[in-house]
Design a protein around this ligand. Structure first.
Ligand code: ZN
Length: 138
């Protein structure tokens, strides 16, 4: 997942998470990326630095947005927990056996080091790293 700063024609800016830059491009093309303030799909990736002179109400808005992002990530986590099998520390082994034996199409999730993840990717095994948010934080 990657995070982009987006700006809208209404001059507001906000952050949003995407699976990849390609995912962003295809969502953008189909106008599925909408401004969280006005609902317009005329948003674009921002190259501007965050406004350091932001007033306190802006900061409040920002923390609200961060909570929304966290909620989205929690939804991702719930979806994965519901639909995939937790293999914990055996993730790389299980991912390889699914890829090479083709015995199961069930999704799995678990833990892998960045090195293990890049090895899997080199072998052509599709893995996605997502920020795993804690359910019990507020
Ligand atoms: Zn807008």
């Amino acid at each position: 997942m990657i995070k982009y700063n987006l700006t809208c024609i209404c001059k507001e800016s906000f952050e949003s998470w995407f699976l990849s830059s390609a995912a962003f491009d295809s969502l953008k093309k189909t106008k599925l990326i909408k401004c969280i303030y006005c609902g317009s799909s005329s948003v674009k990736k921002s190259v501007m630095a965050p406004n350091v002179n932001a007033k306190s109400n802006k900061i409040f808005k920002k923390s609200k947005i961060e909570r929304n992002i966290k909620k989205q990530l929690l939804d991702v986590r719930k979806f994965i927990e519901k639909n995939c099998k937790n293999v914990g520390g055996n993730f790389t082994t299980e991912a390889r056996s699914i890829h090479y034996d083709k015995k199961s199409s069930q999704g799995i999730y678990g833990k892998a080091t960045p090195k293990e993840t890049s090895e899997l990717l080199e072998e052509g095994i599709e893995v996605v790293t997502i920020p795993w948010v804690d359910k019990f934080e507020n």
